[in-house]
Design a protein around this ligand. Structure first.
Ligand code: SF4
Ligand code: SF4
Length: 178
């Protein structure tokens, strides 16, 4: 019995929403105007501006990435693919030993698997990953949702500037300048 009353309640909510959508002027003035009553926008003819901190797509600052693999290890979907190699860099001080550094060969994110959790951006210790609010990167083929490092780097110009922190809160110190 409780199941039937639950279904009836659900149907009532659906019906009320449908009437509000079809007749935004109310039933006293029942002129159907679904385009005014609908909460959705008529994409792609209309476009909403997402908030600056929206999770649209992830941009890579290649110069900051050390191929440490932390993001790939923490990604719950295993959709970050990194390959690199060691190379010698000049010593930090005159007369010092050359340093061994990681060079990035491959950095791909498969957006057909990504669930936009943001863990990779949070865990990166070198500020190499950033959210951008860009959301228009749909593709006809799933395989084209694999963004390589060149494509991920192209998103960098859409990364919004850091917003001012609320008065009294400690401002985050960026370890590596962008
Ligand atoms: S947002 Fe989450 S699922 Fe997507 S690549 Fe980053 S860690 Fe993986
Ligand atoms: S993006 Fe950050 S966490 Fe991922 S490999 Fe590069 S430096 Fe490491």
């Amino acid at each position: 019995m409780s199941q039937i009353s639950g279904i009836l309640k659900g149907l009532k909510v659906t019906f009320r929403t449908m009437v509000k959508t079809l007749f935004p002027g109310g039933l006293k003035n029942p002129v159907p105007k679904p385009s005014e009553g609908a909460l959705t926008v008529q994409y792609p003819h209309e476009k909403e501006a997402p908030p600056t901190r929206a999770r649209g797509v992830i941009a890579l600052h290649e110069g900051n990435c050390t191929a440490c693999m932390l993001c790939a290890r923490e990604c719950p979907d295993w959709c970050i693919y990194i390959e690199g190699h060691k190379e010698l860099a000049p010593p930090r001080r005159a007369g010092g030993q050359p340093r061994k550094v990681n060079a990035l060969d491959r950095f791909d994110i498969d957006y057909s698997l990504c669930m936009y959790c943001g863990i990779c951006v949070e865990v990166c210790p070198f500020d190499a990953l950033f959210w951008t609010p860009e959301y228009e990167f749909s593709e006809l083929r799933l395989a084209d949702l694999l963004h390589d490092k060149e494509r991920l780097s192209e998103w960098m110009h859409t990364v919004p500037d850091f917003e001012e922190y609320e008065a009294g809160s400690e401002q985050k110190q960026r370890k590596v300048p962008r």
